[in-house]
Write a protein that binds this ligand. Structure first.
Ligand SMILES: [Zn+2]
Length: 142
């Protein structure tokens, strides 16, 4: 039986395979890769069981810096690198306990709303999705 994702609400939990496909696309085509930092943070914020509480808050802060404070690409790249390099952080980002940090399973947009037929549509939709996620994530008190 197919069920919707308990975290982002995507039909038949198609969010995970879509995320994996998009990462491949972003790593193989730089025009798609331009929004990689948004794809990862938006997806992770919607799937909080992969994160610690501190990790979720950190991701939300990063998304705000990307979208609202409009940080330059060099800054974004450095942040992305620091996210991967756990030796530089004082806290753990990812969690393996499978428990969601936030209690939310309905969102205005999910990764399934992102069109991928060309890079322009893709970047536009990933940005819209990330903005919707930030707006809703900022309503959540944790
Ligand atoms: Zn999902």
């Amino acid at each position: 039986m197919m069920t919707n994702c308990p975290e982002c609400g995507a039909t038949n939990t198609l969010c995970k395979p879509r995320f994996d496909d998009f990462l491949v696309l972003e790593f193989t085509d730089a025009d798609y890769g331009a929004v990689h930092h948004l794809t990862v943070t938006a997806y992770m914020l919607q799937h909080s069981s992969k994160l610690t509480r501190e990790g979720w808050l950190h991701m939300r802060g990063l998304l705000r810096e990307f979208l609202v404070e409009d940080k330059p690409p060099q800054y974004v790249r450095r942040q992305n690198r620091d996210l991967v390099d756990s030796g530089k952080r004082k806290f753990k980002i990812s969690s393996k306990d499978g428990l969601p940090v936030i209690q939310k399973s309905t969102w205005t947009m999910t990764i399934l709303d992102v069109r991928a037929e060309n890079a322009d549509a893709y970047c536009e939709d990933v940005s819209a999705w990330a903005r919707a996620v930030l707006e809703e994530a900022e309503q959540i008190m944790i």
